[in-house]
Design a protein around this ligand. Structure first.
Ligand code: BV8
Length: 225
């Protein structure tokens, strides 16, 4: 097997009970993403944004990885350095199923960041605007999450992996958010085969060479085996 690059989205964690974003009862139907997932929203109302991520940190702690996470962990264990896993998700379910080296391009719920000195540390279960940065002692702390209008993390590594991939697989993502939604086109540009595994066709469905549809806990283990 050559090099596989896998991109996961909220759909891989859906059957673990973590809400998706744009499905009918998704997170963005309950919260205005401009209020809770932008730097401007955080500046306007840090309490609301901390409440949003504190609730998701609590949900994440009680969620369990599912058979789709486990299948990817098996794939990586069998083909270690030839599998790159990139996730848009901020949960740690890939890691808790045994996968290592996951590229969290949108950050992680477990991370805290100081906007003043760029120090990063493990976030407490509940964050608040009064938290002090352990390094510079200022109250400029925020969740280490990539919000809209902010540059996703480790993009150089991601484009490097895409340029060397023989297969690009998108799992459980609606293809609405860039730059992640553009990875399938990047893959095609260098002749890489592409596969979509999703509950239903994504916005970018037409650009994949092939696709299997169904719940991730069924179609991902079947694809991996
Ligand atoms: C950037 C935070 C540039 C973490 C997220 C104007 C101004 C600024 C930027 C833009 C602009 N116009 C466009 C942009 C780009 C913008 C963007 O894409 N906007 C959209 C609305 C068009 N992107 C950005 O801003 C990005 N940054 O462009 O920076 C830049 C350049 C130079 C210098 C500086 C900056 C940053 C994007 C990241 C934003 N952060 N989240 C958090 O709170 O979680 S995005 C959010 O959407 C999550 O991270 C999520 O992962 C991501 C994608 O969503 P999905 O994972 O796909 O989830 P969704 O609910 O949509 O779909 C679920 C899928 O699962 C569905 O397909 C469903 O069918 C499937 N499913 C459901 N159940 C199952 C299932 N599949 C299998 N099994 C099941 N059981």
């Amino acid at each position: 097997m050559n090099h596989i690059v896998i991109l996961t989205g909220a759909g891989i964690s859906a059957e673990s009970g973590l809400g998706t974003f744009r499905d009918k009862d998704g997170l963005w139907t309950k919260y205005d993403l401009n209020e809770v997932a932008t730097p401007e929203g955080f500046a306007r109302n840090p309490d609301l944004v901390h409440e949003f991520y504190n609730a998701r940190r609590t949900n994440c702690r009680s969620a369990q990885p599912n058979a789709a996470h486990a299948a990817l962990a098996r794939l990586q264990a069998e083909h270690s350095d030839r599998v790159t896993i990139i996730t848009q998700n901020v949960d740690d379910l890939h890691e808790r199923s045994g996968t290592t080296g996951v590229i969290h391009m949108h950050g992680e719920l477990s991370g805290a960041l100081c906007a003043a000195c760029d120090h990063r540390w493990t976030a407490p279960q509940e964050m608040s605007p009064n938290d002090l940065c352990p390094s510079c002692n200022r109250t400029a702390t925020r969740p280490d999450i990539v919000w809209f209008g902010e540059m996703p993390y480790r993009m150089d590594e991601i484009y490097q992996a895409l340029s060397n991939a023989d297969l690009f697989v998108a799992i459980g993502t609606s293809g609405n958010i860039y730059p992640a939604a553009g990875f399938v086109a990047e893959a095609h540009a260098v002749g890489t085969k592409t596969l979509e595994l999703n509950l239903e066709p994504s916005t970018t469905a037409g650009t994949f060479d092939s696709a299997h549809f169904g719940p991730a806990t069924e179609i991902v283990p079947r694809w991996v085996s």
